[in-house]
Design a protein around this ligand. Structure first.
Ligand SMILES: Nc1ncnc2c1ncn2[C@@H]1O[C@H](COP(=O)(O)OP(=O)(O)OP(=O)(O)O)[C@@H](O)[C@H]1O
Ligand SMILES: O=C(O)[C@@H](O)C(=O)CO
Length: 423
């Protein structure tokens, strides 16, 4: 069917996060890995294109996003959503602002909103300040992010150097007064020349108000949560049939592989918890991998029973990561691990793994690429923002989940397995 909302995400785990929240409504959501090379044929009402543009040079990120926009326009979409991280991961150069401005220009629209709030995962915005749990963004672990350290919590100040036109705020007091009050505020700001408007939200009710007030904007931007009410709003407008079919769930054999390259605090806790279950696990040390390559991990994997869901992980505490980065260089350490986990994914699939659980955005990019995955259908949600997806790899149907570093409960790796069986 014609696409109603065309979404572009700046990383892979962010794309599955958005697709998962949209799919909560029961509508069919398709996720494409990169801009499809073929023109759209069979499309879903909600299409998400996953890019790997969060930390790419600005011109590259803008060019890729424009290509994605063209594909989504060709699939019939007239409204668009630009998805970035709920912790507003970006630098003074971009890419959140420059991409938004380029999309606005192409779409001929004079205003968009910025709302990375995701209350279920502890991201809230008040008076333009972003909080992660109870901490302001710049006091949260995001202050030490290796690529996009977030050293200011004020979203207007973060956005201003990234854009050419004025940045305004629609604060929580306005949002709490409802849809009409928010529309009036946006309209006043537009009359004053404010093209970019940060919108406060601390709870899901705020997101409903924001989505309703902004549903007809050609472009909305934000984290995944502000897009979540859109399918219901489109149904209410009669744009989407009440019974729009959701993705059928294929039967997937139990053979499982778990690959973790995320080093976030949450993934460290999740790996530790999984090691404690007694499941088979193999730790990758980048310094060893630099000497031996992927072979020891592949040899270990070859001896595993995949029904026991073995885990291969490079997840390590900040001091070990720093030591590896100092010895090898940050990029080289990252690529060595990503390549090794990607090789393990392919080997596991060839051994019969049909359930693949991946932790980390960059890691997910490397694994999906190696598996040759180009399209994902969205299934049941394991944790807020982390759905199971279904895809084809080398002629096999796989269940694949891509977990953002910070998402999921400590029991995520067992939760994921249980959820697929329960769905
Ligand atoms: N022990 C390690 N030492 C150095 N680098 C590592 C180590 N383990 C993993 N890495 C690299 O760290 C990076 C982790 O990034 P990734 O995006 O996968 O996780 P994340 O940042 O936690 O996830 P997200 O982007 O979803 O928040 C990858 O490039 C990975 O290869
Ligand atoms: O919004 C988030 O926090 C995630 O979807 C994400 O973008 C992780 O990289």
């Amino acid at each position: 069917m014609t696409t109603l909302l065309g979404c572009i995400a700046d990383d892979f785990t962010g794309a599955t996060d958005l697709a998962g929240l949209l799919a909560r409504s029961g509508v069919r959501v398709s996720l494409r890995i990169g801009v499809p090379t073929e023109p759209p044929e069979e499309t879903s009402p909600f299409e998400v294109i996953a890019l790997k543009s969060r930390t790419a040079p600005v011109t590259e990120a803008v060019a890729e996003t424009q290509k994605a926009l063209e594909w989504l326009q060709a699939s019939g979409a007239k409204r668009f959503f630009w998805k970035y991280c709920s912790t507003f991961d970006s630098t003074a150069e971009g890419n959140i602002g420059p991409v938004a401005e380029a999309l606005m220009k192409t779409l001929g629209t004079g205003q968009t909103i910025y709302c990375p709030a995701f209350p279920e995962n502890g991201r809230a915005i008040f008076m333009g300040y972003l909080f992660v749990g109870q901490q302001p963004l710049a006091e949260s672990p995001m202050k030490d992010h290796p690529l996009t350290p977030m050293r200011d919590s004020n979203l207007m100040r973060l956005l201003e150097p990234q854009v050419t036109r004025p940045v305004g705020l629609a604060d929580r007091l306005t949002v709490a007064r409802g849809v009409e009050a928010l529309r009036a505020r946006l309209s006043d700001l537009q009359a004053g020349g404010y093209a970019h408007v940060v919108v406060d939200a601390v709870a899901d009710d705020d997101l409903h108000i924001i989505a309703e007030a902004c549903q007809d904007m050609p472009l909305m931007t934000g984290g995944s949560a502000v897009a979540m009410p859109l399918p219901h709003l489109y149904k209410a407008q009669g744009l989407l049939p009440e019974d729009a079919p959701s993705t059928p769930k294929p039967d997937i054999p139990k053979q499982t592989i778990i690959l973790s390259g995320s080093c976030s605090a949450m993934t460290n806790a999740q790996v530790a918890r999984y090691v404690d279950t007694g499941a088979p696990t193999f730790r990758l040390d980048p310094l060893e991998v630099a000497k031996t390559g992927a072979q020891p991990a592949l040899d270990w994997l070859a001896g595993q029973n995949l029904t026991q869901a073995p885990l291969i992980y490079a997840t390590a505490d900040p001091a070990s990561v720093k030591a590896a980065q100092e010895a090898l260089g940050t990029a080289k350490a990252g690529v060595l691990i990503e390549d090794t986990l990607a090789a393990c994914a392919v080997a596991a699939r060839d051994m019969g793994a049909r359930r693949v659980i991946v932790a980390g955005g960059e890691t997910s990019g490397a694994v999906t690429k190696a598996l040759g995955v180009t399209q994902l259908d969205i299934g049941a949600e394991i944790a807020p923002g982390v759905p199971w997806t279904f895809c084809t790899s080398d002629g096999h149907t796989l269940a694949l989940t891509l977990k953002s570093g910070n998402f999921g409960a400590e029991t995520f790796f067992t939760d994921a397995q249980d959820r697929l069986d329960a769905a």
